[in-house]
Design a protein around this ligand. Structure first.
Ligand SMILES: [Mn+2]
Length: 423
């Protein structure tokens, strides 16, 4: 906890990195701004909205991810929640866009939340949504979640799962968090194993009890997933079930869209539009998938899909000023340095968010009204094909971050220093 003796990427180092690339960035930014102004884009407004785009870093994203077969660690990974915060602060220092960390209980449990909160504040960090965990058993647990948690047939398991969620809310309250994310693995592997109606009713009733314990300024997110760990039937498998459950649970229960939690070919932006229409879109877990729930880095496979989702969000933000979904990275870094994966993802999110901000909504609406499919699609593509990286880099520099966070991170020798420090 001796923050001062730890290796950090300081603002002087970031400023030196930015100075070295300042001339090139300035040239690229000016050229792009000129081209955008010619297209009628208010570049200053885009830069303001780009600067406001923030993404939460998950505590577990600072360590190596893996599969059920194994996880391969590299030297210098964080050993506890304090070191995870150090790494999250590094991502924020380099991007200026990740001021909040999302914790997972019990993985990030602390007996001393006041010290953890103080430490985070010293690093300039706050706490995003708290994640509960009833999809595995913990040492010393009284009732097993083997046959389910919030939706279990057994009352003991359900009550224990509800109690865990209430404890997570309490822990989050002590840290200054304002939300809880609930994902359950409840489901069945064989037809007949579980009553499809009764299991959903039990789940909704449990959620309602958790919702009743929410502090007044808190939100609850529920996350659906089509399959895994259960392979035949999942209680909360899709957005329709999630919408129903959120409506039954209470007004502050919202649906969280994890991009990887959709079967191939699903039109996610249409789901997003429907959830916005219902007033129940809570936020996103950003990642990507090529086949199933792969947890690949966000936009690595389908950047145009993410652009289309962001486009719906920009539209909704234009209609409703208070519309503010939560964004959190939720991906697995199996082959890369986790911090490089996070930095790369934030850069990608900012660039794609900027593209979505460039869509000419007035022109698009005209083409839609005129049933001009080609011109309408080309309006979206005009924005999508624009190389917005100079806008994103400039936004980072203005926010005190690095023009190129991955390059600055590599040049700093951070991981080597951490390997020495952390053993
Ligand atoms: Mn997720």
């Amino acid at each position: 906890m001796m923050a001062d003796r730890k290796f950090r990427i300081g603002s002087d180092r970031i400023a030196a990195h930015n100075r070295a690339g300042a001339k090139a960035l300035d040239e690229d930014f000016r050229a792009l701004a000129r081209a955008l102004k010619r297209r009628g884009v208010d570049v200053e407004a885009v830069m303001r909205r780009l600067a406001a785009f923030q993404v939460a870093v998950p505590s577990w994203g600072t360590r190596s991810g893996g599969t059920r077969f194994g996880t391969f660690d590299i030297p210098g990974l964080p050993r506890d929640i304090f070191e995870k915060l150090d790494d999250a602060a590094t991502v924020h220092a380099l991007t200026g866009a990740t001021p909040k960390v999302s914790l997972h209980l019990p993985w990030d449990h602390t007996d001393d939340p006041a010290t953890l909160k103080r430490y985070a504040r010293k690093l300039g960090l706050g706490f995003d949504a708290m994640n509960s965990n009833t999809f595995q058993d913990q040492p010393g647990q009284v009732v097993s979640f083997r046959h389910g948690s919030l939706a279990a047939a057994g009352r003991d398991a359900r009550e224990q799962a509800i109690a865990h969620n209430l404890a997570v809310i309490e822990a989050g309250r002590a840290l200054g968090s304002k939300a809880i994310t609930v994902w359950i693995g409840d489901g069945a592997n064989a037809p007949g194993q579980m009553d499809l109606t009764a299991s959903f009713e039990r789940y909704a009733a449990s959620l309602k009890k958790v919702h009743a314990a929410l502090p007044p300024d808190w939100t609850m997110f529920i996350e659906y997933k089509p399959f895994e760990p259960a392979f035949y039937y999942t209680v909360l498998a899709d957005w329709g079930s999630a919408l129903m459950a959120s409506q039954e649970a209470g007004p502050r229960c919202r649906v969280l869209v994890d991009l990887g939690h959709h079967l191939p070919g699903t039109n996610i932006e249409a789901i997003v539009a429907r959830l916005i229409r219902a007033g129940r879109l809570g936020g996103f877990h950003l990642n990507d998938n090529a086949y199933a729930d792969d947890d690949l880095t966000a936009a690595s496979i389908a950047p145009y899909r993410l652009f289309r989702i962001f486009h719906e969000l920009v539209l909704a933000g234009g209609r409703e000023k208070r519309f503010k979904p939560a964004y959190m990275i939720d991906q697995s870094h199996n082959f890369q340095d986790p911090l490089e994966g996070l930095l790369q993802t934030v850069m990608e999110m900012q660039a794609i968010w900027a593209k979505a901000l460039l869509v000419d909504h007035a022109r698009l609406a005209e083409y839609q009204d005129a049933d001009d499919a080609v011109a309408a699609e080309m309006t979206l593509k005009d924005a999508f094909h624009t190389d917005t990286r100079p806008l994103a880099a400039m936004a980072r520099v203005v926010a005190g971050g690095a023009a190129d966070p991955v390059a600055a991170y590599r040049a700093s020798g951070y991981r080597v220093a951490k390997a020495r420090e952390r053993g």
